[in-house]
Structures are given as C-alpha cells and as structure tokens.
Design a protein around this ligand. Structure first.
Ligand SMILES: [Zn+2]
Ligand SMILES: [Zn+2]
Length: 374
C-alpha cells in the first residue's frame, strides 16, 4: 500500500496539532484494582471469537470516490494506523438509507499502541505481566493471584487454569490453540485455559474497512444493541467492538483477559477494544467538554465518558448521546462494567468490512440478524 496524496494534507493538519496529543483523563472510580487503568468504560468479559466478522485479506480499496469532501475528523486519526487514502463511497445504511459514506481502512492493530500483556504465566506473576478482567462492573488485574483464586471468585471448583504443583498457568501459545479456545464452543482440550492471541496470528494483509455515513441519518427505530460491525473506530486506529458475552467463555472455564487498554486479539480482525481507556490518545479536546476519541459507526462523534470537570453529562439518552450547542449531537462512551462502549446507536450505521472493495449494505447486515459473540 503506497502512501497517499491525501496523507500530505493530513500531515499538515497533524503537524499543527501533534503536540496536543494526550491521554484521555478519566475518572476510573470504583475500580477495585489495576493501577490506574482508569477505564473510561468497557464491556464485560469476552470470548475472543466472533467479536467481529470477517478476516479476509484485502488490498486497499480502489473504491472510486463519488465526490464530496472528507469529514474533518479524518485528520484526527493516527495516520500511521490508516492504510491508503480515505475515500467517499456510496453506501446503504442499516435503516436502508442510500447515502454517501467515508471509507477508511485500518490494519489488524493500531500502529502506536502497546498491545498486551494478557495472560500471566505463573500464579506468582504480578499485574505488570498481566491484563485485566471485568466482572460485575469492576476491573480486576488478571494477574497470577487472581488466576489462582478463580475457583473461589466464580464459586466453581472446576475453574482452575494453573498447575497446582508448579503454579504454571495454561496459556494458549499458538494460533491453533487460540482459535480452538476462542471458539464459542471451546474445544475440549482447551478448557481451563487462559486464552490469548497474538496479532501475528491474523492473516497477513488483513484489514478492516470502516464505512461511515458522511452525514448521520437518524434511525427510525433504535436497535437495542450494537451490530456485529461494532461501535466505531478510535482515532488510534483501534476498533471499538460490540459487547462481549461472558457466558460462553466462563462456561468453558476459560478466561480471555484484556490488556490494560481494554483490548484483546482475535484472528478475524485482530486487536479490538471492549473498553475505552486512558490508553486512547486524543488531540481533539472539545472546549469545556470531553475529549473526542473516535467516530461511531453512525457518523456521530465519540467522546470520552467524562467531561473535563470529571463529571459525566447528566442528559445522555439511552444510547449515551446528547446534543450540545456548538458541538452538535455526540456520544460519551460508557463506564466500566456496562459491557458496552455504547449500548446502541441512534443513527443508521454503516459497515465494518473485511473486504475493502465490498459495498457497504448495512441493511443486509441488519437482516442477517444478530451475531456474535464477542
Ligand atoms: Zn473480543
Ligand atoms: Zn457531551
């Protein structure tokens, strides 16, 4: 994938604002652990699989631009995470609206974010060698001592991931193991494993193309949940995924920890977030309000959970959106334990495609019914 001409434009903008990149400041209250993980919100536990669809390799879109100007927020993306040039494409939104969308392609992992660690290797390993786990609205270090007391934690004597005599923790250590353990129907031999996958397991050249309405169109009826295409895209280039159900994973006595940034890896799309944390960088502070951290799949801005004064806006709707003069309609991501970065979208959503050349028809996606696991 070559460099794009458009990137030069972005570079200029970026250069002007580069020094304002900063971590999001979040409240992080009521977290029992993790050294200031300060998760602004996140979703619950998760099966690695099926958090998302797809996984096909694809060359960067040759999709013809059908005119129109790219939205300003494109300049807010970490350019190193963006593959090729964003373009304007025709699209069909989830409610059937024929529209124009911006198409932006990212790789299986954000370029400038440390990924992992996830599973500790021994029950003596501390939080610096471990990720986090989410349960009942709380964030826990998924460190050695946590793994050691899983049986008590879940009140289930069979929930043991370590060898009692050595303290070594069973961790998936290959692509085959990670896929077998991350399936919804966990392979028998990978029950009682700590599950982690590496970005290198993702098929080479795999991308995800986000097709996001240029002009948001409100949905006639708000879907009660986020679709398989997920919540949206962080400016870091990381995918904000749909909630991840805990049932399947826990039933198989597996644990699929998130790293301290609230993400983990599957082999279909790579790294994806079930939480928005202070790992996310933003350079777009909305004056007197909250930092912008990404774009939702319906085209509305995604802002950090808390305003700069440390408070959450009080007038958020069921999808955590509100309208403010000067800013317009936007969302604030949810708090820890909600098991959703956003519970829903109020606008018609676009697509997240594994084939950059595919046409986005989110209405077809919606008709296919509920997916995944997550
Ligand atoms: Zn996941
Ligand atoms: Zn707001």
């Amino acid at each position: 994938m070559g460099k794009c001409g458009f990137c030069d434009t972005i570079s200029t903008v970026r250069a002007a604002i580069a020094d304002t990149w900063r971590p999001i400041i979040t409240g992080g209250k009521d977290m029992r652990s993790k050294t200031a993980v300060q998760i602004a919100l996140l979703s619950g536990a998760a099966s690695l699989v099926g958090c998302t669809q797809g996984g096909k390799t694809g060359e960067q879109s040759g999709a013809a631009s059908s005119g129109g100007e790219l939205p300003e927020y494109i300049a807010s993306f970490d350019q190193e995470s963006v593959i090729g040039s964003p373009t304007i494409v025709d699209c069909t939104l989830s409610g059937g609206e024929e529209s124009q969308c911006v198409s932006i392609t990212v790789g299986p992992a954000p370029a400038n974010q440390k990924i992992g660690p996830f599973c500790p290797r021994n029950i003596a390993d501390g939080p610096e060698k471990s990720g986090i786990w989410l349960e009942s609205a709380k964030v826990y270090d998924a460190d050695g001592p946590f793994i050691e007391r899983l049986a008590q934690f879940y009140d289930d004597p069979d929930f043991t991931l370590h060898d009692i005599s050595t303290g070594n923790i069973r961790v998936t250590d290959s692509k085959i193991a990670c896929e077998a353990a991350a399936r919804p129907d966990v392979a028998e031999e990978y029950r009682n494993y700590c599950v982690e996958c590496e970005v290198s397991y993702v098929e080479e050249g795999a991308t995800q193309t986000y097709v996001i309405p240029l002009t948001p169109v409100n949905a006639e009826s708000v879907s009660p949940r986020v679709s398989r295409s997920g919540v949206g895209l962080a400016f870091s280039g990381a995918r904000f995924d749909a909630p991840a159900p805990t049932d399947a994973i826990l039933a198989a006595h597996t644990l699929a920890p998130f790293d301290d940034c609230g993400g983990h890896v599957n082999t279909a799309v790579g790294y994806h977030l079930h939480a928005a944390t202070d790992c996310l960088l933003t350079k777009d502070l909305v004056e007197g309000h909250a930092p912008k951290i990404g774009i939702a799949l319906d085209g509305y801005p995604l802002l950090a959970r808390l305003n700069l004064d440390g408070k959450e806006p009080e007038d958020l709707n069921m999808c955590r959106g509100h309208d403010l003069e000067g800013i317009g309609y936007h969302y604030h991501v949810d708090e820890p334990g909600s098991n959703a970065i956003l519970p829903c979208h109020t606008g018609q959503t676009g697509c997240a495609l594994s084939d950059p050349d595919a046409k986005c028809d989110a209405s077809a996606d919606a008709q296919r019914g509920p997916p995944p696991r997550g």
